[in-house]
Design a protein around this ligand. Structure first.
Ligand SMILES: NC(=O)c1ccc[n+]([C@@H]2O[C@H](COP(=O)([O-])OP(=O)(O)OC[C@H]3O[C@@H](n4cnc5c(N)ncnc54)[C@H](O)[C@@H]3O)[C@@H](O)[C@H]2O)c1
Ligand SMILES: O=P(O)(O)OC[C@@H](O)[C@@H](O)[C@H](O)[C@H](O)CO
Length: 383
């Protein structure tokens, strides 16, 4: 069995590649990083180390790689694959879609087996988004054929994999915890179950619980941590005042999730505690600027801050901690992050009120809008 995985980066190697290889797949990574592609091909294997006391190690074998710019090779790989997965970043999906579409075009010329394409990105409905981008490239007849033979099941993936600082360029240090949930209802008949994936009937509750707890908490840590000058999430978690901000925000998202999905309140509290412990993992060094990366994406209406806040607001739940985290996100002025610099330019040229509307979608008359401004002004004064 052959899996083609787009994005041989941290989560690609440290989680998706590892699980697929363990399940008997030959994994072909597609990446635009030439050096990475060359090394993966030279060695045909890499090491995954767990961030625990024993530093447990696994060698991932049966892997190779192709350059994402080689359109011909990528399309052919997709045409012949048994499974396609991605972990490139949600904003990159549009760049890989044309090659996936070409692969599908070739594949549909003969009666091959069904294909599942799973986007493992931190977003709601990532595979559905990818499907939309791929279908834009196909004519109606091919789309109808693809509807019968190609599926795009949505997924939620959870494992903290920081930016790597190992001497060995291919080695990845990952936290021990992992969760990969895939929408069972979207799988085509006869699919081969992958060991370690939980196939769930209703994915929405899993992805929202993950994104609005793990990722909401994580970005609160990053944005408040950045404001106070910390470099790593592990340092941030030693600051009790920030831990209170995180707990406050997760109390708000938790209340909304419990109302929306009827989660058991005690179980959800345990889920939050476990996540906060994961952020503290002393065997990891996770940079604040990685976790805070792409603040425009993180402030967008359907992402980890605004969506749970509007959801909570619609249930009559107050969200002072989430609005404070949004204000802190606006002040994330890390110069190497193009989205951070774009926000800073907008704040300078358009002012805070217009920038909030532009990035969060919250109109100036929305009650949360003024709360963000109040928090922003107080943080700005302290800066
Ligand atoms: N790292 C984590 O803890 C984690 C956990 C869960 C989900 N995710 C999600 O997984 C995705 C990837 O995150 P990451 O941390 O692994 O990032 P990363 O930067 O380490 O990896 C992304 C990889 O994609 C490659 N890439 C970029 N453009 C490409 C293209 N056009 N074609 C092929 N490859 C391309 C990059 O070269 C890089 O190797 C993101 O959506 C992220 O939100 C990350
Ligand atoms: O990848 P992002 O930029 O959406 O979010 C940064 C981190 O919160 C994220 O990568 C987590 O480490 C991961 O989602 C844990 O499962």
């Amino acid at each position: 069995m052959k899996a083609v995985h787009f994005g041989g980066g941290n989560i690609g190697r440290g989680f998706i590649g590892l699980l697929l290889s363990r399940s008997g797949y030959t994994v072909e990574f597609v990446d635009v990083d030439e050096q990475l592609v060359q090394l993966l091909n030279e060695r045909g294997q890499y090491t995954v180390e767990l961030a625990n006391e024993a530093a447990d190690t696994t060698i991932v074998r049966n892997i190779r790689a192709i350059n994402g710019n080689d359109k011909e090779l990528v399309a052919q790989a997709v045409a012949e694959a048994d499974l396609v997965t991605t972990a490139v970043g949600v904003n990159v999906l549009k760049f890989i879609a044309p090659n996936i579409a070409e692969g599908i075009r070739r594949r549909l010329k003969s009666p091959t087996s069904p294909l599942h394409i799973i986007a493992c990105e931190n977003t709601i409905g990532g595979s559905t988004q990818l499907k939309g981008l791929v279908y834009e490239q196909l004519d109606l007849e091919l789309r109808e054929q693809a509807d019968r033979r190609i599926a795009f099941p949505d997924a939620a993936v959870d494992r903290i994999v920081p930016i790597q600082q190992n001497e060995d360029r291919l080695k990845v240090v990952v936290e021990p915890f992992y969760e990969w949930v895939v929408d069972r209802s979207a799988m085509l008949e006869g699919f081969h179950e992958i060991e370690g994936i939980h196939y769930a009937k209703e994915l929405q509750r899993y992805i929202e619980r993950k994104l609005f707890t793990v990722n909401t908490g994580h970005c609160c840590a990053a944005y408040h941590g950045y404001l106070r000058g910390y470099q790593t999430i592990q340092e941030v978690m030693k600051d009790q005042a920030i831990v209170e901000e995180i707990r406050g925000a997760l109390g708000e998202t938790g209340a909304a999730l419990i109302k929306q999905y009827d989660f058991d309140a005690a179980d959800h509290e345990t889920y939050i505690d476990k996540i906060i412990d994961r952020f503290r993992n002393p065997y990891l060094t996770d940079e604040v600027v990685r976790v805070g990366r792409s603040p425009i994406r993180k402030l967008s209406p359907n992402d980890r801050l605004v969506r749970p806040a509007t959801m909570a607001h619609s249930f009559g739940i107050e969200v002072p901690y989430l609005t404070k985290a949004m204000a802190a996100a606006l002040l994330f002025d890390y110069e190497e992050d193009p989205e951070a610099t774009e926000i800073q330019r907008s704040l300078l040229e358009q002012g805070v009120s217009q920038s909030i509307t532009r990035y969060t979608g919250l109109a100036s008359e929305h009650p949360l809008h003024s709360q963000i401004i109040t928090a922003y002004d107080s943080y700005k004064e302290r800066k």
